[in-house]
Structures are given as structure tokens and as C-alpha cells.
Ligand binder design. Structure first.
Ligand SMILES: NC(=O)c1ccc[n+]([C@@H]2O[C@H](COP(=O)([O-])OP(=O)(O)OC[C@H]3O[C@@H](n4cnc5c(N)ncnc54)[C@H](OP(=O)(O)O)[C@@H]3O)[C@@H](O)[C@H]2O)c1
Length: 279
């Protein structure tokens, strides 16, 4: 699989396997085991998904060497701040059964709606913990998720380490140009969560027509759309056929097709606005 390169030189496989809403236990274990068997080497989980134990077990049982896999997990919002973030990280690697993670993300910024007085300070304190954990060798790369322009700009004012990644909602019909531009300008890799709009854009006629043109699935179009824009997609599936299908992006979208997908009117948006969410 093709890799992207992070701003600290680390290589990251260009498609990651998403595990949100895959239930802890047999479901998460089987999905991750299948994904690795089909060729994924990059797995995306989070403390809040509640499936780190099974994800870790599938990784261990996969027979693939640890250094050949790229594993991401994320700090949940109830553990923000320097001390709590370190505690939460230890819990995550214990559940995963790993010595280190490749990428650790602040899952959502502390926002101005919930923390009007001190959202910047809270994010800076959580970030400091990640910087220290990285310096100790427990994390290869650190990043953020759902950081909009204001959150990123504020973090960059005090950060010693520039985030390697910003993981945001990104799919045809919701491409968040402003924050993507800021990330590109700062050499921060954008990862696409819900690259298929969590399934909400699978019936879109424009995307369907482009898929038919290439004789591929809508999912493949969405995944290739992200990759061709330098954005790393994280498709989720529990269906072995879809799991395999989503890895196969051996085709090129034309510049006209990219234009059509980029200018699609808003479609499949989750409705989650990072500066307003109440969690
Ligand atoms: N950082 C964040 O705040 C955040 C938020 C949301 C998501 N994420 C990450 O991003 C990952 C992906 O997002 P997502 O889980 O919302 O959704 P997604 O990958 O956009 O879409 C998944 C949905 O599409 C279906 N699907 C997958 N491949 C398909 C295909 N080839 N053809 C037809 N249907 C297909 C899946 O069903 P089947 O399972 O039946 O195939 C599932 O219903 C998550 O798992 C998580 O790792 C992060």
C-alpha cells in the first residue's frame, strides 16, 4: 500500500481501517483480524469506542510484526489536561496490549461553547502531555482530531511539536476546505473520518455515476477521492467484502471528477460542529 509521510518523517499507510461503532468482543476482533488479513496495516481506534481490548487482541493474533502495523488511538474528552491525559494514555496501551502506539490524537478540542474561559489552556495542557509521552518514546507521532481553524491556530501558538495529523470529517459533500488548507500550509496530514459519510452518501447520484464510469463501488470512489487530495481515508466496515473492496483503489479520478466531487453541495454531513458539541 502507498504511504503518506508525516511531518516528523514517519511513514503512514495511506488507507486506515476505522473501528468506530464496531462492538467490543467478537465483532471488533473479527473485523480487525479480517482487515489485517486483507492487507490493512493501519488501524484507527479510540478509547471512547470501547473496543481497544479486542482491537489489540486481533493485532496480536494477526501474526503481522508490530513494526509493520500502524496503530492509532485517541484521548477521550473526559480525560483532558496534562495529568489525566497521561493516565488515559496508559489505560489505552494497557487495553491494547501494546508497548507504544504509532499515533495518539486529542479526539475533540475543548471548545468555546463548553469552556468559554479556558478552552485554549485546556487544549494546551492536554497537548503538553502528548508531547511528553512522545519524548518518552511511547508514541511515534501525535496529532489532533476535529480541530477547526481557531483551535489549531490557538494550539500552534504554544505547541512545541506541530501536530502530525488532524483527523476531521471529510467526504464528497463535506470537504472543509478552510481547515484542510491550514493543515496543508503547516504540513499537518489531514485524515478523513467518515470518508463514506458513514454510509450517508452511498446513494448520491453524482458519486454513483462516477463509480459506474470506473466500474468500482461508491466506497472506492470516496476513498480514492480523499487520497488524490492528499487526505488519508479511514473507511470502516464489518463486511469482509466491503473491507476488501475499500482497499482496492487502483484507478484514477479525472480532474473533472475531482471537481464534481469537491463542488458537490453539502451532503451526508454528520451535523457535528466541533466548536458547538456538548460532549
Ligand atoms: N475522530 C473522530 O471524531 C471520528 C468520528 C467518526 C469516525 N472516525 C473514524 O473514521 C472511521 C470511519 O468513519 P465511519 O465509521 O463513520 O464511516 P464510513 O467509513 O464513512 O462508513 C461506514 C459505513 O459504510 C458502510 N460501508 C463501508 N464500506 C462500504 C462499501 N464498500 N460499500 C457499501 N457500504 C460500505 C459500512 O457498512 P458495513 O460495515 O456493513 O460495511 C458502514 O455502514 C471510524 O470507524 C473511525 O475510525 C473518527
Amino acid at each position: 500500500m502507498k504511504n503518506f509521510k508525516l511531518n516528523n518523517g514517519i511513514e503512514i499507510p495511506a488507507i486506515g481501517f476505522g473501528t468506530w461503532q464496531i462492538e467490543e468482543g467478537e465483532n471488533a476482533y473479527n473485523a480487525v483480524k479480517t482487515a489485517i488479513e486483507k492487507g490493512y496495516t493501519h488501524i484507527d481506534t479510540a478509547a471512547v469506542y470501547g473496543n481497544e481490548v479486542s482491537v489489540g487482541k486481533a493485532i496480536k493474533d494477526s501474526g503481522v510484526a508490530r513494526e509493520d502495523l500502524f496503530v492509532t488511538t485517541k484521548l477521550w474528552n473526559d480525560m483532558r489536561g496534562e495529568e489525566n491525559a497521561k493516565k488515559a494514555f496508559e489505560e489505552s496501551i494497557t487495553k491494547l496490549g501494546l508497548e507504544y502506539v504509532d499515533l495518539y490524537l486529542l479526539h475533540w478540542p475543548a471548545n468555546a461553547t463548553q469552556f468559554p474561559e479556558n478552552w485554549k489552556e485546556i487544549n494546551a495542557a492536554s497537548w503538553k502531555a502528548l508531547e511528553e509521552l512522545q519524548a518518552e518514546g511511547k508514541i511515534k507521532a501525535i496529532g489532533v482530531s476535529n480541530f477547526m481553524v481557531k483551535h489549531l491556530e490557538a494550539l500552534l501558538e504554544t505547541a512545541k511539536v506541530i501536530p502530525a495529523v488532524n483527523q476531521i470529517e471529510f467526504h464528497p459533500g463535506y470537504t472543509q476546505e478552510e481547515v484542510v488548507e491550514l493543515c496543508k500550509a503547516n504540513n499537518i496530514l489531514v485524515q478523513a473520518w467518515s470518508p463514506l459519510g458513514s454510509g450517508r452518501i452511498l446513494q448520491n447520484e453524482t458519486v454513483k455515476a462516477i463509480a459506474a464510469n470506473h466500474e468500482v463501488s461508491v466506497g472506492q470512489v470516496c476513498i480514492q477521492f480523499a487520497i488524490q487530495q492528499g487526505v488519508l481515508p479511514l473507511p470502516k466496515s464489518e463486511n469482509p467484502i466491503n473491507i476488501e473492496n475499500n482497499l482496492n483503489t487502483n484507478f484514477e479520478l479525472s480532474s473533472e471528477e475531482i471537481e464534481q466531487l469537491t463542488t458537490l453541495k453539502e451532503n451526508g454531513f454528520s451535523g457535528l460542529v466541533p466548536d458547538e458539541v456538548a460532549f
